[in-house]
Design a protein. Structure first.
Length: 256
């Protein structure tokens, strides 16, 4: 006998359910819905702009790296001489008001030195030191934070007098940039709002609200000038110059 198959179709809430009944079984197909858009909802009009703010300040902290590099025939001799000089450098900084917490070791390195390659230089006879270790180079350095800028040159001179052979990386900054960062951020927001108002006015509308605010990289002091000169006959001058604290923001405004 031929089996009877009946199909029932029902439309419910914008979807379609199909039930197939027959042979003692029933199966429901997935419900497919159609998004419902409220025709009364007006689209949101937006305006995206960016702004920046800059605050110029005078630094009050200097950081400088002081170190020594020595060459000696043995490891022990190189290590001992480097330790002697570094002890004098640290003592010189401490004697001129630098706190122990503001002195940090940044490098300690030891490497062998090899004799010349006589074959490469065309020497007719082998060199006694050809390809052999002839000595060792030891380098050490400390990063010194100086909180009295008037003493920066004095500390550098005292360190070189104690035997420092390396002086580099003078960075000028501020101990607490929070206030300057907040001011730069406020100026960046004001700059973005001013741009938005100008653009909206030119388009014949006005800003009615703020949808979002995003900040770029956190404001950090940027050194504009830091002069230094090292000579044997005069004290080392260090000019603090100025720093720029720069903030950037991106904002999305709502328009009518």
């Amino acid at each position: 006998m031929t089996q009877t198959v009946r199909t029932l179709t029902a439309a419910i809430a914008g979807g379609l359910i199909v039930a197939v009944v027959g042979g003692g079984w029933a199966r429901s197909l997935p419900l497919v819905t159609t998004p419902v858009v409220d025709p009364t909802t007006a689209p949101v009009h937006t305006l995206s702009v960016s702004g920046s703010g800059t605050v110029t300040i005078v630094p009050d902290v200097a950081m400088v790296t002081l170190g020594v590099t020595v060459d000696r025939p043995t490891v022990e001799a190189a290590r001992a001489e480097a330790a002697r000089v570094m002890t004098g450098i640290v003592a010189a900084a401490r004697d001129h008001g630098v706190a122990a917490k503001d002195i940090a070791t940044t490098n300690v390195s030891l490497s062998p030195r090899y004799g010349p390659d006589c074959a490469a230089t065309g020497s007719p006879v082998p060199c006694p030191s050809d390809g052999k270790v002839v000595g060792y180079t030891m380098s050490e350095s400390v990063r010194v934070t100086i909180r009295d800028l008037a003493k920066v040159g004095v500390v550098i001179d005292a360190a070189t007098a104690a035997g420092a052979t390396n002086v580099y990386g003078i960075d000028l900054t501020v101990d607490d940039p929070a206030a300057a960062s907040a001011q730069a951020r406020a100026e960046a927001i004001a700059d973005a709002r001013s741009k938005a108002d100008d653009m909206a006015r030119a388009a014949g509308v006005s800003v009615v609200g703020i949808i979002s605010i995003g900040e770029g990289a956190s404001p950090q002091p940027i050194s504009l000038y830091a002069g230094k000169a090292l000579t044997d006959s005069v004290a080392t001058p260090v000019e603090p110059g100025t720093l720029d604290v720069v903030a950037t923001v991106s904002m999305v405004f709502e328009l009518p």
